[in-house]
Design a protein around this ligand. Structure first.
Ligand code: 6PG
Length: 260
């Protein structure tokens, strides 16, 4: 498995609690959106699923953050999505629309949603269609993904890239794949790949809670290791995000950093 050259050391911000984490994340997203629009005239952002970023999405939909982003120049996609109906409570798309996209003036054709079972034959079919759409979005910003928002599971997964899963082994030009054996339910998902996420200019990990402390400690301690043993690297997939032309920021709460 090809590994990217070591990017600059990650920035690690330890904050008191989840609310502080979401505020710090909102401030970075606003700044990086403005930077991308200044450079490329637009900003594409890959949104994380799960529960940690929910408060961030609420913040971005309200002042003072909402009016600091030129939403007409923003494209949003998902780092991963569960292969479920759009109105399924497990849908990351449903969560982001209800908390953010329904409340900001982002053009509807700038929302690059992951195809759902309603209009695809399988998760693999959905991943193929999504990969094509992601490829087009990457063209907007010179092949870069200005912002990738990431969560991390206690097993070190990020997006739907789980330890030792075959989704970790994709060619350099495959932007999204299906996962049909996710250990975190639901089992069928579509995820951006390591190569896609390593096109990021800024990767922002948001990690909260003591249950994630062991994985976080290992990932951060390996962050400055130039070359990771392939087996060890695949043990905690979050550490495979090493954007060669970007940087990685971790905003974590004290509980997650406790043993750091
Ligand atoms: C998903 C997420 C997933 C999530 C982590 C952390 O669709 O399940 O993308 O990768 O970010 O599992 O989830 P929490 O934020 O809920 O802890």
């Amino acid at each position: 498995m090809q590994q990217s050259p070591l990017p600059p050391s990650p920035t690690v911000m330890v904050v008191d609690d989840l609310a502080a984490l979401q505020q710090a994340a909102a401030e970075r997203v606003v700044s990086w959106c403005q930077e991308a629009i200044a450079i490329w005239g637009m900003c594409s952002i890959a949104l994380a699923g799960g529960t940690t970023p929910a408060g961030l999405y609420r913040l971005l939909a309200t002042e003072p953050y909402r009016s600091q982003i030129a939403w007409e120049h923003v494209y949003c996609l998902w780092g991963d999505e569960r292969y479920v109906a759009p109105d399924d409570p497990a849908s990351n798309g449903r969560m982001v629309r209800s908390l953010l996209l329904d409340h900001v003036p982002i053009p509807t054709d700038h929302i690059i949603a992951v195809p759902t079972p309603a209009n695809t034959a399988s998760a693999t079919d959905a991943a193929g269609r999504y990969a094509t759409a992601v490829g087009k979005v990457l063209e907007h910003c010179g092949g870069m993904l200005p912002i990738a928002l990431q969560g991390m599971g206690e097993d070190g997964h990020t997006a739907s890239l789980f330890p030792h899963n075959t989704a970790l082994d994709t060619p350099a030009d495959v932007w999204a794949v299906a996962v049909t054996d996710a250990p975190k339910p639901p089992s069928q998902r579509i995820t951006l790949t390591i190569p896609a996420l390593n096109r990021a200019r800024h990767i922002l990990f948001m990690v909260a809670g003591a249950d994630k402390a062991p994985a976080l400690q290992t990932v951060l301690s390996n962050a400055n290791t130039p070359y990771l043993d392939p087996y060890a690297a695949r043990e905690l997939p979050a550490q495979l995000l090493r954007p060669p032309r970007g940087d990685v920021t971790w905003v974590v709460d004290r509980a997650a950093y406790a043993s750091g």
